[in-house]
Design a protein around this ligand. Structure first.
Ligand code: FPP
Length: 240
């Protein structure tokens, strides 16, 4: 009896309509590199590879939306060399998206205050978004993103549109993720227990899952663990 159980192939994880959107705070790249005696930048290159792998896995298990925190409005405070490396990794990623976007099932969206980037990069991001808009799996990449900046930006847009009083629906329609359902689950790697200005408006009723695993080590099994934790919880949305 026991041997039969042992040889049974692992059940493939599939999500259902209760879990459509996972957002990731990809933390721990720097420590991962330092533990290997390498500069922090080395961790970001590995973090980017992990991000691609986890993206493919999230699509495979049936998620409809994924959001990642690639660079925050506060990350500019890091040493210039580290900022340059993250931007180089990001640039290379955009270039790859641009070349391969037709083959993927992914609708790439770039969220955050993108006005800081060169006109050329902004145009490239807009074109990738436009030309992949018909694809079924939505991937939001948050870059120069801050939750407070996002809400402030939404309010300023509403003021510019002539509003003198706003509703929750107005703000939801003007945040960077407008049109995308709020994340059901927010996963943070790297062991810290905080939201770090990520999706402040959208996370009102998100479930959180924290793990000590450093982002470059984050695996499909870690996604499965987060998914299992999500399904073990009861979402009450303030009710009983
Ligand atoms: C946090 O780890 C990670 C970042 C600030 C950058 C995340 C960037 C990537 C994963 C690569 C680029 C992304 C894309 C979309 C191509 P940390 O540096 O704060 O790590 P630490 O907490 O160990 O210092």
């Amino acid at each position: 009896m026991f041997w039969k159980k042992k040889n049974k192939p692992a059940e493939a994880v599939r999500v259902d309509e209760r879990l459509q959107h996972i957002a990731f705070i990809m933390d721990g790249n720097g420590r991962w590199a330092q533990r290997r005696g390498m500069p922090r930048e080395y961790g970001h290159s590995h973090g980017a590879a992990t991000f691609k792998k986890i993206g493919r896995y999230c699509e495979k298990i049936g998620l409809r939306y994924m959001t990642v925190y690639a660079f925050s409005t506060e990350n500019w405070k890091r040493p210039q060399k580290e900022v340059d490396t993250i931007m180089k990794v990001f640039d290379e990623y955009i270039e790859q998206c641009f070349l391969e976007m037709e083959e993927d099932n992914v609708h790439f969206q770039f969220i955050g205050n993108l006005s800081i980037f060169s006109a050329e990069l902004q145009e490239k991001m807009a074109r990738i978004d436009r030309e992949t808009a018909h694809k079924p799996f939505v991937l939001n990449i948050a870059v120069n993103y801050g939750g407070r900046e996002e809400i402030t930006h939404a309010c300023n847009e509403l003021i510019r549109a002539g509003k003198t009083e706003v509703t929750e629906a107005d703000i939801s329609a003007h945040i960077y993720t407008a049109g995308c359902p709020d994340p059901d689950l927010i996963v943070r790697s790297g062991g810290d227990l905080r939201s770090s200005n990520f999706l402040l408006w959208q996370s009102a009723y998100s479930e959180y899952y924290y793990t000590d695993v450093l982002w470059p080590d984050f695996s499909a099994e870690d996604v499965d663990r987060a998914v299992a934790a999500f399904y073990s919880r009861k979402r009450r949305y303030g009710g009983v």
